[in-house]
Design a protein around this ligand. Structure first.
Ligand code: GRF
Length: 201
């Protein structure tokens, strides 16, 4: 399967996918064909370039509207003919143009146990709420914010001494392995989305 990964930051989830594929290129059943971003100058793009991958950047501010940006991102992504799109730390909401082409085959990873704490500050919100466990969620992207059908989740204990950074780093350890496992399964096996349930054959 051909995968496109969308990033906005450090790209450690991208790196985990690249490392897993490099460790077992035939067995993993997928390869990353390009990396897309919404901004320049991030470590995620450096990781892609270091791996010899094509990259593309579509910045919202370069377009007349969010809708035009969404269409441009969809076009740039479609050029690589992906089977699966992985949003890993991509900090923009994918719109109707993107979902018209890649809905049902775009997954996102979120550092909280959805439906709790959606949005851009899931780790901070969980910590502030005082939960004793949080975690991460890999889900299909729909038109909402972190609302699509859930594929898998991982649980992370919250420690009394945690601040947002420490907790997020511990979540990311679980998140990276969960994402590698889920993407590999989706790539190797068929899957169906039935309402809010995901069946991987
Ligand atoms: C991940 O925890 C992702 O869920 C969240 O931001 C983090 C991105 O990490 N949206 P990275 O860019 O993959 O290192």
């Amino acid at each position: 399967a051909r995968i496109i990964v969308l990033v906005s930051g450090s790209g450690t989830n991208l790196q985990a996918l690249l490392d897993a594929i490099a460790a077992d290129p035939d067995g993993y059943g997928a390869r990353v064909v390009a990396v897309g971003a919404d901004r320049e100058g991030i470590a995620g793009l450096e990781r892609a370039e270091r791996a010899g991958l094509p990259v593309f950047v579509r910045r919202v501010q370069d377009f007349a509207s969010r809708d035009a940006w969404d269409a441009a991102l969809a076009e740039a992504t479609a050029a690589y003919e992906p089977d699966l799109v992985v949003s890993a730390g991509f900090m923009k909401i994918l719109g109707k143009h993107f979902l018209a082409r890649f809905g049902g085959r775009t997954v996102n990873t979120h550092p909280a146990l959805l439906p709790s704490f959606p949005g851009a500050h899931g780790v901070r919100d969980a910590l502030a709420y005082g939960v004793r466990v949080t975690g991460c969620t890999v889900h299909f992207v729909d038109e909402g914010v972190d609302t699509g059908p859930i594929i898998a989740q991982g649980v992370v204990e919250v420690r009394d001494e945690d601040d947002e950074t420490a907790l997020h780093e511990r979540i990311k350890e679980v998140e990276r392995s969960l994402l590698v496992e889920v993407v590999g399964r989706l790539a190797r096996h068929g899957y169906r989305i039935e309402g809010r349930k995901v069946r991987i054959s």
